[in-house]
Design a binder for this molecule. Structure first.
Ligand SMILES: N[C@@H](CCC(=O)N[C@@H](CS)C(=O)NCC(=O)O)C(=O)O
Length: 356
């Protein structure tokens, strides 16, 4: 949302240094830049091309193809769900930048978590993506369309739904989510999801898909192609919430410290990768997947997301695995963290022992 300056100075790795790898029109990336801005957490950005290849990431030994991802203290964190929960629970950041999430043991935390499930754990994002207007220049770009055919789960053979029906179903799914927000959480006219003075993590979790589709300034114009289904008269509270959120973010000071090119980002990350060897993650022997696979620290594992971009799989030596995350060290010596939710971990079969 905010613009940033280009820096030419060479940067040194600093404590709590965050590098955000993204491209600005990614709605998932916006979810993260808003989160960082609301907390006031500074970061460097390393802008990535919207389609593969992404040599900046391959040179760090990363096959994962989704955007955004971050490095924090030279370790890589994949997927906004893990990035946010990692930043929320990081004690050194919390000392300066108070967390945005709700307290454990509260119904507010349930609302926050369920909104996260709605926007990142259901098919809502995929349905919203089906509403990308065909008039968009990107939608006429063959290279982009080929690239995204590798990213999105492909329909099963024989599913020959018409384009019009697919879009109508997508709009129906989006309409239902808008209606749910209008008639439940926002129904009493509150400004923010939890009735707070300013937006909290629950707002970030909830608003980003709606903002992507409905914002007049930054949204996908023409995505909601049938104004009869979703319009401001029918859903005034949702439209006002999206606008209020955008206005609030625009009023905050910027937190980007500048841009770094891939080479500089790589220098910062690889240069300090050895210092990050004291990762606290351990392999939790009580985890069902650890038991099922007989996993131990140091085992060679393969990890990939199951909902999209599943053709891009990472391998490395297992460092830790618990309820929240799996951590491995890749061939470049970089520690990579992925969430357990939405990711699969398997042990790489040893030569001659057959596949798992
Ligand atoms: N669950 C992931 C989803 C991320 C995602 O789907 N990002 C989209 C961009 S909005 C993406 O990676 N698209 C394909 C690409 O850019 O290569 C997250 O929370 O980070």
């Amino acid at each position: 949302m905010a613009s940033s300056t280009t820096t030419t100075t060479t940067k040194k790795a600093q404590k709590d240094q965050i590098i955000l790898f993204h491209y600005p029109y990614s709605p998932y990336a916006r979810r993260l830049t808003w989160y960082l801005k609301l907390r006031g957490i500074p970061y460097l950005e390393c802008i990535q091309p919207p389609v593969l290849p992404r040599p900046d990431l391959s040179s760090l030994g990363i096959s994962y193809r989704r955007i955004p991802l971050i490095s924090h203290n030279s370790q890589i964190y994949l997927d906004t769900r893990l990035v946010i929960s990692h930043l929320e629970s990081c004690p050194s950041l919390a000392a300066t930048y108070p967390p945005l999430g709700s307290e454990p043991g509260t119904s507010d935390l349930a609302v926050q978590s369920l909104l996260s499930v709605l926007t990142t754990g259901t098919d809502l994002f995929f349905r919203a993506a089906e509403l990308l207007p065909p008039s968009l220049p990107l939608m006429k770009d063959k290279a982009f369309l080929r690239d995204r055919a590798d990213f999105f789960p492909q329909p099963s053979k024989g599913a020959a739904d018409s384009y019009a029906l697919k879009r109508a179903e997508a709009l129906t799914a989006v309409r239902d989510a808008v209606e749910m927000m209008e008639t439940t959480i926002l129904a009493d006219g509150r400004d923010w999801v939890l009735g707070t003075e300013t937006p909290r993590l629950a707002d970030v979790e909830g608003v980003w898909v709606f903002h992507w589709l409905l914002s007049e300034k930054y949204g996908l114009q023409g995505a909601v192609y049938d104004a009869e289904a979703v319009n401001e008269k029918k859903y005034p509270k949702v439209f006002a919430w999206v606008r209020r959120f955008e206005g609030h973010l625009e009023g905050l000071p910027k937190v980007e410290q500048g841009k770094v090119k891939g080479e500089e980002a790589r220098g910062l990350i690889l240069g300090a990768a050895e210092d990050s060897s004291s990762s606290s993650a351990e392999v939790d022997a009580t985890e069902p997947v650890v038991r099922a696979l007989g996993l131990k620290r140091g085992d060679e594992v393969e990890v990939w997301p199951t909902d999209s971009g599943s053709n891009h799989r990472d391998k490395g030596k297992l460092v830790g695995l618990n309820k929240r995350e799996v951590v491995w060290e890749n061939g470049k010596g970089v520690k990579v963290h992925a969430p357990r939710k939405g990711f699969r971990v398997v042990k790489v079969a040893e030569e001659g022992k057959g596949k798992l």
